[in-house]
Design a protein around this ligand. Sequence first.
Ligand code: DSN
Length: 427
Amino acid sequence: MSSYDTALAADPEVASLIGQELNRQQTTLQLIASENFTSPAVLAASGSVLTNKYSEGYPGRRYYGGNQIIDEVEDLARTRATDLFGAEHANVQPHAGANANLAAYQALLEPGATILAMRLDHGGHLTHGSPASIVSKFWRFVSYGVTPESHDEANPGEVIDFDQVAHLAKTEKPALIVAGSTAYARVIDPRPFREIADSVGALFMFDAAHPAGLIAGGAHPSPVGIADVVTLTTHKTLRGPRGGAILCGRELAKKIDSAVFPGLQGGPLEHVIAAKAVAFAEAAKPEFRQYAAQIVVNAAALADALDGQGFRLVSGGTDNHMLLVDLRPFDADLTGKEAQEVLDRAGITCNRNTIPDDPRSPFLTSGLRLGTAAETTAGMGVAEMQVVADLIVRTLEARTDEGEIAAVRSEVGALCAAFPPYPDLVA
Ligand code: DSN
């Protein structure tokens, strides 16, 4: 009997789908850099009766009755967040990272103000200036990117071009400079951004959606106390429930809070906020520091194992939780889309991604983005990263050989069986 059959007896259709998804997560490799496996405690909090409660407002200032306990939940989450990151203020209500960014812009900027952020095709996020995002209707975006690829092994390029950031800051006079990325395999040092922002009187926001867990675990420099505002997601390297949060100094607290509610959102998701509180406490434990360090070690091991197999690693490698693989030297005809699809069939879940100055469209791409946060949670280490790299290479070499793909799928299943993310849940 599946772990969901009893709880969802009245809805076997949904129970079956959740069971199938649990089975997929337990039996295939999860290498999407923005995903993770939350703890059973996080799952329990986010599946709790707190979902029933309306609590528009903030602790002590709600628009509905019956919020005494909810206030304690949200206060606990805020205190744990500020303690974990060493921040003066935390807003834990954003439903997602995109909402956190939108609220931060709304709090800090007048409509029409200029924002200097990372180019989308060099790793920036939709909320860093995509014409398709609502942010581009309210603010004017100017983009910086990474330096060109270089063939000098000691200095491979494709790192944030701080000369360009400084130049654009001077010429475009942004009101806000944004650091942060969804597809950048290197540490993002907040200090040069701060210096450039100060030199032109701009505010500085660090979008820590991806490295939040690495920051909490001491495996990435913290932007807290350097940036005016830090936005983050709680579900990537931080390993909490799907959601967002904003950290800032006391002087911006009121503006940030008002921008989230009533500016952008209605009732907060207090079941998710409780789950965020659980995750913040988990991330404060000494073992989380080991976990964060292991994510980085595993990413480096995966990069090493793929290097020399014909791939090119954007920026020459990684020093965070992800790597960006240029597929073209491996096979000039292989798109990221095709690679993602064949890897999916082999039980290896990842996503296609543009690489800097990608000649292909974002729908096709020339790259793959791989991340190690989830499988590190499942207990995999350096030895398994070598196996994972071999399975990726075999799959991409045997794209039309269904027998070989089935053989890889079976080996993936055996590897995952040794590292189940939820050993106590039955699909
Ligand atoms: N979708 C997230 C990621 O995969 O990085 C960004 O929003």
